[in-house]
Design a binder for this molecule. Structure first.
Ligand code: GGG
Length: 357
């Protein structure tokens, strides 16, 4: 029996209830697989922890997490703690400390979802954003200068290294090759960002000749955002910097009809450290505690986690169960036009998983 050690950080707001409900899926996965069991250990880190202890997680948080097979994270941020404090205190130290330099975010319109876009077929929205996740605009460096004077200035650094840019672009090309994708777009803004994005583009140009079978090109991120809306079928794999990738994938979620749907995987491809899986959505304080948050992003993130753990069959069964529940459309949370609760959607997924459809 293979034993998987999972660490869960529900975090803040709807992260708590979404995680609580989705954890009911874990033993069902063990049941249907038969040869795997999951040991789940939770951590109450987040904004509540910050208000009690003055930090978002303990000083040895990364050491505590380091021996697990995977981390599941709910959501981070809540009124009372500034957003930059919560993000810089929990999410980013894990992503960067564990060198989870790939943030994989599929944007795929599953059957039963209603895109606000006018599209001919749901298959028109099916691409993956590979977001750089370890540096760039999220390096956290900068300064406030001349504070309290008329010359007050904020300087925000964006740090791009040859190693960091090269490995994410190569990963995106390799992803395209291994997933039968034939097109790749690199998001740039080199007209305005005359150092960082000129450098990004230069490295992209160095790497792309090694992948002649992939039709690759560079696009300014603003034009790319337009293309996502006007002709999403033109996209297969997008590689983007940390900030561009974050913004494009919130747009990607909106294309699926709700921010609650999209999954993400923060991956350390070399497996030197655990990887972390989290829905794209945030903590949604406005509906926190109401029991109506959409669990689809978290369930889909669990599918990505199972794939990363080389549990391909379990991943495919869970995805099939999720897709059949969405396609049937009997239970939906309000963001998807229904009146169902988080728990009711999870009940349906567990039922579908047990019955094999
Ligand atoms: N589900 C994770 C979460 O709370 N995300 C909210 C957020 O602001 N994320 C920023 C980011 O992914 O960079």
């Amino acid at each position: 029996m293979r034993k998987i050690s999972l660490r869960i950080i529900p975090g803040d707001g709807i992260g708590v209830e979404v995680m609580r409900e989705c954890m009911r899926i874990v033993p069902v996965l063990g049941e249907i697989h038969g040869g795997v069991s999951f040991a789940v250990q939770g951590h109450d880190w987040g904004c509540g922890y910050f208000l009690r202890h003055g930090s978002m997680m303990p000083a040895d948080g990364l050491t505590i997490l380091s021996d697990c097979d995977a981390i599941l994270l709910g959501a981070v941020g809540f009124p009372g703690v500034p957003d930059h404090v919560s993000l810089q205190g929990l999410l980013l130290p894990i992503r960067q400390g564990f060198d989870q330099y790939v943030n994989l975010r599929p944007v795929r319109l599953l059957e039963g979802l209603a895109s606000p876009l006018r599209i001919a077929s749901r298959h028109d929205i099916d691409f993956v954003v590979i977001r750089e996740n370890s540096e760039g605009e999220y390096c956290g460096k900068g300064a406030f200068l001349n504070e309290g004077t008329p010359d007050e200035t904020a300087v925000q650094e964006a740090r791009f290294t040859r190693t960091g840019v090269g490995r994410i672009i190569r990963y995106a090309f390799e992803y395209a090759v291994s997933h039968g994708r034939t097109g790749l777009v690199s998001a740039t803004k080199s007209n305005a960002l005359n150092y960082s994005m000129v450098f990004w583009d230069r490295i992209f140009e160095e790497i792309r000749p090694s992948y002649p079978a992939i039709a690759s090109r560079s696009m300014h991120v603003d034009a790319l955002a337009g293309l996502m809306i006007m002709r999403p079928s033109a996209l297969e794999v997008v590689v983007a910097s940390n900030l561009f990738g974050d913004i494009l994938t919130d747009l990607g979620s909106a294309m699926l009809g709700s921010i609650g749907i999209s999954p993400s995987a923060n991956i350390n491809p070399e497996r030197r450290f655990p990887s972390m899986f989290e829905p794209v959505h945030g903590s949604a304080p406005d509906i926190a505690g109401a029991g109506i948050a959409n669990p689809v992003g978290m369930i889909w993130s669990m599918v990505l986690m199972l794939e990363h753990l080389d549990l391909a069959e379990a991943a495919s069964l869970l995805m099939k169960a999720l897709e059949s529940v969405l396609a049937a459309g009997r239970v939906r949370t309000p963001d998807m036009g229904g009146t169902g609760t988080t728990g009711e959607v999870v009940d349906e997924v567990c039922r579908a998983l047990r019955s094999g459809h």
